[in-house]
Design a binder for this molecule. Structure first.
Ligand code: PGA
Length: 257
């Protein structure tokens, strides 16, 4: 983390978990534990149907609400989809774009990711853009080439003044939900590489201010070490965000003076 130049963001990604009543139970349990995180912003990205309740329930403990996806068009015949503007009006601040599960199971490509980033920014949302390599790609030695391509494609056409709304999440696919975390050094290296890509695209000032998260089996035990890396500005947390106690421990790791 480097709080002097950029925001630290701890974001939970609930994926396809928790009903509205479970969301309420989570809120009741986390409120007495969370305090007032001063040094980081806390976000929960929740399933679409939970959004209105989550916005209401977490308002007084200053947790921002995020969505897990959006469509890239502003309206139209896309049965089952949700626009960025709908999310904005529902009280959403962040939206995860291009999570590897969406790339894998729902055929999202770097092209649709780029369109969604534009749609999110247009609607006034903060996209959390996910990039990451598979184990095979890491073993081939092409991690940074691939990540560079993903970042450039996702940000294509995004002007510099919009970059203060963009968050990048480095999520190695082999570390997601596997309990196998990248080492702090691996996470730090790639996040540093991502910042270098942004520096080339937008210059040093923009690059310095962009929040770059790590995601992939981040938990209460490894958060502190990962967050100690200068270019790791927070986490995108799946499994460990489902329990208030472990999520609060990660927030605390990011919130130390
Ligand atoms: P995980 O998920 O923390 O359960 O590995 C992270 C993510 O997919 O964002």
């Amino acid at each position: 983390m480097n709080r002097r130049y950029r925001k630290t963001i701890i974001a939970g990604n609930w994926k396809m978990n928790k009903t509205i009543s479970e969301t309420r139970a989570f809120a009741e349990e986390i409120k007495p534990l969370i305090g007032r995180p001063k040094w980081c912003e806390v976000v929960l990205c929740v399933p679409f149907v939970n959004i209105p309740s989550a916005v209401r329930l977490f308002k007084d403990c200053r947790i921002s609400i995020g969505a897990e996806n959006c469509h890239y068009e502003s309206h139209g015949a896309y049965t089952g989809e949700v626009t960025a503007e709908m999310l904005k009006e529902a009280g959403v601040k962040y939206v995860i774009i291009g999570h590897s599960e969406r790339r894998q199971y729902y055929n999202e490509t770097d092209i649709t990711v780029n369109k969604k980033v534009h749609a999110a920014l247009e609607a006034g949302l903060y996209p959390i853009v996910c990039v990451g390599e598979s184990l095979e790609q890491r073993e081939l030695g092409v991690t940074m080439e691939l990540i560079t391509y993903q970042v450039k494609a996702a940000l294509s056409g995004v002007p510099a003044d919009k970059m203060r709304h963009v968050v990048i999440a480095y999520e190695p696919i082999w570390a997601i939900g596997t309990g196998r975390t990248a080492t702090a050094q691996q996470a730090g290296e790639v996040c540093e590489g991502i910042r270098a890509v942004i520096r080339k695209l937008y210059g040093a000032r923009v690059a310095r201010a962009v929040t770059i998260q790590y995601g992939g089996s981040m938990n209460a035990d490894n958060a502190e070490e990962l967050l100690a890396q200068p270019d790791v500005d927070g986490g995108l947390i799946g499994g460990a965000s489902l329990k208030p106690a472990s999520f609060v421990q990660i927030i605390n790791a990011a919130n130390q003076e």
